[in-house]
Design a protein around this ligand. Structure first.
Ligand SMILES: [Fe+2]
Ligand SMILES: [Fe+2]
Length: 204
């Protein structure tokens, strides 16, 4: 609490995230933050919001499922504003997907509790980065896209070109499409919510 400016908050979140993660996952968070800040510039969004959310998005990924759940239970206030989002309801409803995706809401809870973050755009971007939601803000879409397409990821050959050229709606659709393909190629089961989101995007 009590950060006097954005740089102080960014530095503090950066140090905490780094301390909570393996070097490889920390590098992914930094790369996500850089990618998100670049997209924010391109789309005239708040670079700081996108950068901090990108840094923090996977901060809880290496905590035990029990610890993540406890954070969400204790600091629910941080994400209560998302309770009517279909994505959040879907994330919480299915035990399997909940365990995989609760690290986003848990990270939002740490930002709220330990860093005094009350900016809903940051909290939403972090909380929904795994599941996505068409209602979410442009900054949250940017963080979702950056998490999936940052250069350290194995990503499609045309990803860099798409990051630099598509408008935000098309880039979001392209990213959801990439996610759907990764899941089907790896044989993993995609969250039904994301599957439905994909079909809604295709129908548009
Ligand atoms: Fe994540
Ligand atoms: Fe991530």
């Amino acid at each position: 609490m009590g950060y006097t400016d954005n740089t102080e908050l960014t530095d503090a979140v950066s140090a905490r995230t780094r301390a909570m993660l393996t070097p490889k996952r920390w590098a992914h968070c930094e790369s996500t933050a850089r990618t998100a800040a670049g997209l924010a510039r391109r789309f005239a969004l708040d670079e700081r919001v996108c950068y901090v959310a990108g840094l923090a998005h996977d901060m809880c990924r290496e905590l035990s499922p029990e610890t993540q759940e406890a954070l969400v239970a204790q600091e629910w206030e941080a994400i209560d504003f998302l309770r009517n989002y279909e994505s959040m309801k879907a994330l919480l409803a299915d035990r399997n997907f909940r365990e995989k995706m609760i690290h986003g809401p848990a990270a939002a809870c740490i930002l709220y509790r330990d860093f005094g973050v009350r900016d809903r755009t940051i909290l939403e971007s972090v909380a929904l980065h795994s599941i996505a939601d068409e209602r979410m803000s442009d900054c949250a879409k940017v963080v979702y896209i950056s998490d999936k397409l940052e250069p350290r990821r194995s990503r499609p050959l045309d990803a860099e070109e798409k990051l630099g050229s598509l408008d935000l709606d098309y880039l979001f659709a392209y990213t959801v499409d990439c996610v759907v393909r990764w899941f089907s190629e790896s044989g993993k089961i995609l969250a039904p919510y994301t599957q439905e989101l994909y079909h809604r995007i295709l129908a548009r």
